[in-house]
Design a protein around this ligand. Structure first.
Ligand SMILES: [Zn+2]
Length: 229
Protein backbone atom coordinates (compact mmCIF):
# COMPACT_ATOMS: atom_id res chain seq x y z
CA UNK A 1 0.00 0.00 0.00
CA UNK A 2 1.23 3.51 -0.74
CA UNK A 3 2.16 5.47 2.37
CA UNK A 4 -1.19 7.10 3.02
CA UNK A 5 -2.21 8.93 6.15
CA UNK A 6 -4.75 7.37 8.49
CA UNK A 7 -7.25 10.00 7.54
CA UNK A 8 -6.88 9.26 3.81
CA UNK A 9 -7.39 5.57 4.55
CA UNK A 10 -10.50 6.36 6.60
CA UNK A 11 -11.95 8.42 3.75
CA UNK A 12 -11.41 5.64 1.21
CA UNK A 13 -13.03 3.13 3.53
CA UNK A 14 -15.98 5.43 4.27
CA UNK A 15 -16.59 6.10 0.55
CA UNK A 16 -16.49 2.37 -0.16
CA UNK A 17 -18.91 1.55 2.66
CA UNK A 18 -21.34 4.37 1.84
CA UNK A 19 -21.31 3.28 -1.81
CA UNK A 20 -22.55 -0.14 -0.70
CA UNK A 21 -25.60 1.55 0.83
CA UNK A 22 -26.41 3.98 -1.99
CA UNK A 23 -25.26 4.74 -5.53
CA UNK A 24 -24.21 8.34 -4.89
CA UNK A 25 -21.79 9.18 -2.09
CA UNK A 26 -22.46 12.81 -1.20
CA UNK A 27 -20.28 15.27 0.70
CA UNK A 28 -22.90 15.48 3.43
CA UNK A 29 -23.11 11.71 3.87
CA UNK A 30 -19.34 11.54 4.18
CA UNK A 31 -19.25 14.44 6.65
CA UNK A 32 -21.86 12.71 8.83
CA UNK A 33 -20.09 9.37 8.65
CA UNK A 34 -16.67 10.76 9.54
CA UNK A 35 -17.86 13.40 12.00
CA UNK A 36 -16.21 16.29 10.15
CA UNK A 37 -17.47 19.43 8.37
CA UNK A 38 -18.65 19.41 4.75
CA UNK A 39 -15.91 21.93 3.97
CA UNK A 40 -13.14 19.62 5.13
CA UNK A 41 -14.69 16.75 3.16
CA UNK A 42 -14.58 18.89 0.01
CA UNK A 43 -10.93 19.74 0.63
CA UNK A 44 -9.98 16.11 1.16
CA UNK A 45 -11.92 14.93 -1.91
CA UNK A 46 -9.93 17.38 -4.07
CA UNK A 47 -6.72 15.95 -2.64
CA UNK A 48 -7.84 12.36 -3.22
CA UNK A 49 -8.80 13.26 -6.79
CA UNK A 50 -5.27 14.61 -7.34
CA UNK A 51 -3.89 11.32 -6.03
CA UNK A 52 -6.21 9.54 -8.52
CA UNK A 53 -7.85 7.60 -5.72
CA UNK A 54 -11.26 9.23 -6.12
CA UNK A 55 -13.31 10.65 -8.95
CA UNK A 56 -14.94 13.80 -7.72
CA UNK A 57 -17.00 16.54 -9.32
CA UNK A 58 -18.57 19.16 -7.03
CA UNK A 59 -22.30 18.36 -6.54
CA UNK A 60 -21.92 14.96 -8.25
CA UNK A 61 -20.65 13.05 -5.24
CA UNK A 62 -17.53 10.91 -4.99
CA UNK A 63 -16.58 7.51 -6.39
CA UNK A 64 -13.45 5.45 -5.85
CA UNK A 65 -11.10 4.79 -8.74
CA UNK A 66 -9.80 1.26 -9.18
CA UNK A 67 -6.72 1.99 -7.05
CA UNK A 68 -8.85 3.74 -4.42
CA UNK A 69 -11.09 0.70 -4.25
CA UNK A 70 -8.15 -1.67 -3.96
CA UNK A 71 -6.79 0.25 -0.95
CA UNK A 72 -10.22 0.45 0.71
CA UNK A 73 -10.66 -3.32 0.37
CA UNK A 74 -7.22 -3.95 1.83
CA UNK A 75 -8.01 -1.84 4.90
CA UNK A 76 -11.37 -3.58 5.28
CA UNK A 77 -9.59 -6.94 5.03
CA UNK A 78 -7.20 -5.89 7.79
CA UNK A 79 -10.05 -4.62 9.95
CA UNK A 80 -12.14 -7.77 9.70
CA UNK A 81 -9.20 -10.16 10.16
CA UNK A 82 -8.10 -8.23 13.25
CA UNK A 83 -11.61 -8.36 14.70
CA UNK A 84 -11.70 -12.12 14.29
CA UNK A 85 -8.19 -12.54 15.71
CA UNK A 86 -9.04 -10.46 18.78
CA UNK A 87 -12.08 -12.61 19.43
CA UNK A 88 -10.78 -16.07 18.59
CA UNK A 89 -7.26 -15.78 19.93
CA UNK A 90 -7.29 -12.99 22.49
CA UNK A 91 -10.71 -13.58 24.04
CA UNK A 92 -12.27 -10.20 23.27
CA UNK A 93 -16.08 -10.07 23.11
CA UNK A 94 -17.85 -9.08 19.88
CA UNK A 95 -18.77 -5.63 21.19
CA UNK A 96 -15.13 -4.77 21.96
CA UNK A 97 -13.36 -5.66 18.73
CA UNK A 98 -14.56 -2.93 16.35
CA UNK A 99 -13.04 0.02 18.22
CA UNK A 100 -9.75 -1.84 18.64
CA UNK A 101 -9.68 -2.83 14.94
CA UNK A 102 -10.38 0.77 13.87
CA UNK A 103 -7.02 1.68 15.38
CA UNK A 104 -5.02 -1.39 14.43
CA UNK A 105 -6.18 -1.63 10.80
CA UNK A 106 -3.86 1.29 9.93
CA UNK A 107 -0.91 -0.01 11.88
CA UNK A 108 -0.47 -3.58 10.67
CA UNK A 109 1.50 -4.47 7.55
CA UNK A 110 0.11 -6.61 4.78
CA UNK A 111 2.43 -9.41 5.87
CA UNK A 112 1.05 -9.22 9.43
CA UNK A 113 -2.53 -9.41 8.15
CA UNK A 114 -1.65 -12.43 6.01
CA UNK A 115 -0.15 -14.19 9.05
CA UNK A 116 -3.44 -13.66 10.87
CA UNK A 117 -5.38 -15.03 7.89
CA UNK A 118 -3.13 -18.08 7.81
CA UNK A 119 -3.42 -18.66 11.54
CA UNK A 120 -7.23 -18.49 11.34
CA UNK A 121 -7.46 -20.76 8.29
CA UNK A 122 -8.35 -18.10 5.68
CA UNK A 123 -11.70 -17.11 7.21
CA UNK A 124 -14.52 -15.82 5.01
CA UNK A 125 -16.51 -13.75 7.54
CA UNK A 126 -15.78 -11.59 10.57
CA UNK A 127 -17.45 -11.88 14.01
CA UNK A 128 -20.34 -9.67 12.90
CA UNK A 129 -21.06 -11.70 9.76
CA UNK A 130 -19.42 -9.24 7.36
CA UNK A 131 -17.54 -10.83 4.46
CA UNK A 132 -13.74 -10.56 4.59
CA UNK A 133 -12.34 -9.36 1.23
CA UNK A 134 -9.96 -11.87 -0.31
CA UNK A 135 -6.25 -11.20 -0.68
CA UNK A 136 -7.00 -10.35 -4.32
CA UNK A 137 -9.50 -7.70 -3.24
CA UNK A 138 -12.74 -9.53 -4.00
CA UNK A 139 -15.72 -9.45 -1.71
CA UNK A 140 -19.26 -10.80 -2.16
CA UNK A 141 -22.11 -8.31 -1.86
CA UNK A 142 -23.65 -8.36 1.60
CA UNK A 143 -27.39 -8.28 2.31
CA UNK A 144 -29.05 -4.85 2.62
CA UNK A 145 -32.39 -6.24 3.84
CA UNK A 146 -32.90 -5.55 7.51
CA UNK A 147 -35.07 -7.30 10.07
CA UNK A 148 -37.51 -4.38 9.81
CA UNK A 149 -38.38 -5.67 6.29
CA UNK A 150 -38.89 -9.27 7.40
CA UNK A 151 -42.37 -10.64 6.66
CA UNK A 152 -44.21 -12.63 9.30
CA UNK A 153 -44.30 -16.41 8.95
CA UNK A 154 -41.26 -16.99 6.74
CA UNK A 155 -38.10 -18.59 8.06
CA UNK A 156 -35.12 -16.27 7.72
CA UNK A 157 -31.59 -16.04 9.08
CA UNK A 158 -29.34 -13.30 10.37
CA UNK A 159 -26.54 -12.71 7.87
CA UNK A 160 -24.70 -9.83 9.54
CA UNK A 161 -25.14 -7.04 12.08
CA UNK A 162 -23.85 -3.46 12.17
CA UNK A 163 -20.68 -3.42 14.20
CA UNK A 164 -20.08 0.26 15.02
CA UNK A 165 -22.20 0.56 18.16
CA UNK A 166 -21.06 -1.60 21.08
CA UNK A 167 -24.36 -1.12 22.91
CA UNK A 168 -26.32 -2.45 19.92
CA UNK A 169 -24.07 -5.52 19.87
CA UNK A 170 -24.59 -6.16 23.58
CA UNK A 171 -28.37 -5.91 23.18
CA UNK A 172 -28.33 -8.30 20.22
CA UNK A 173 -26.19 -10.77 22.15
CA UNK A 174 -28.60 -10.62 25.10
CA UNK A 175 -31.41 -11.62 22.71
CA UNK A 176 -29.32 -14.36 21.09
CA UNK A 177 -29.33 -12.67 17.66
CA UNK A 178 -26.01 -13.60 16.04
CA UNK A 179 -25.02 -14.23 12.41
CA UNK A 180 -26.49 -17.58 11.27
CA UNK A 181 -29.27 -17.46 13.88
CA UNK A 182 -32.47 -18.43 12.05
CA UNK A 183 -35.96 -17.36 13.09
CA UNK A 184 -39.59 -16.85 12.13
CA UNK A 185 -41.28 -13.47 12.76
CA UNK A 186 -44.35 -14.40 14.80
CA UNK A 187 -45.97 -11.01 15.23
CA UNK A 188 -45.34 -7.39 14.38
CA UNK A 189 -46.56 -4.85 16.97
CA UNK A 190 -46.82 -1.43 15.28
CA UNK A 191 -48.04 0.21 18.49
CA UNK A 192 -44.99 -1.02 20.39
CA UNK A 193 -42.61 -0.51 17.42
CA UNK A 194 -41.39 -4.03 17.83
CA UNK A 195 -41.74 -7.59 16.60
CA UNK A 196 -41.62 -10.98 18.25
CA UNK A 197 -39.29 -13.61 16.80
CA UNK A 198 -39.33 -17.34 17.35
CA UNK A 199 -35.69 -18.38 17.22
CA UNK A 200 -34.57 -21.77 15.94
CA UNK A 201 -33.29 -22.62 19.46
CA UNK A 202 -36.88 -22.35 20.70
CA UNK A 203 -36.59 -18.95 22.40
CA UNK A 204 -39.06 -16.14 21.78
CA UNK A 205 -37.67 -12.63 21.81
CA UNK A 206 -39.14 -9.16 21.29
CA UNK A 207 -36.99 -6.86 19.14
CA UNK A 208 -37.55 -3.10 18.94
CA UNK A 209 -37.46 -1.56 15.45
CA UNK A 210 -34.53 0.67 16.43
CA UNK A 211 -32.52 -2.47 17.16
CA UNK A 212 -33.93 -4.47 14.22
CA UNK A 213 -32.51 -1.86 11.80
CA UNK A 214 -29.04 -3.10 12.69
CA UNK A 215 -29.74 -6.70 11.70
CA UNK A 216 -29.33 -7.74 8.05
CA UNK A 217 -31.19 -10.85 7.02
CA UNK A 218 -31.16 -13.45 4.29
CA UNK A 219 -33.18 -16.48 3.27
CA UNK A 220 -32.14 -19.76 4.86
CA UNK A 221 -28.90 -20.76 3.10
CA UNK A 222 -29.57 -23.87 1.01
CA UNK A 223 -26.80 -25.94 2.59
CA UNK A 224 -27.51 -25.08 6.24
CA UNK A 225 -30.47 -27.48 6.60
CA UNK A 226 -31.50 -25.67 9.74
CA UNK A 227 -35.05 -26.29 10.88
CA UNK A 228 -37.34 -24.93 13.55
CA UNK A 229 -37.85 -27.35 16.37
ZN1 LIG B 1 -15.68 -3.58 12.59
Amino acid sequence: MLRLSESVQDYLKAIFELHQESERVTTNALAARLGVSAASVTGMLRRLAELKLVEYEPYQGAALTLSGKRIALEIIRHHRLIELYLMEVMGYSWDEVHAEAERLEHAVSQAFAERIAQLLGDPKVDPHGDPIPTREGEMPLASRRTLVDAPTGAMLCVQRVRDEDADVLRRLAALGLFPNTCFVVKTVNPERNSRVLHLSNGAEVEVEDSLAQNVFIQDVPAASGSALR
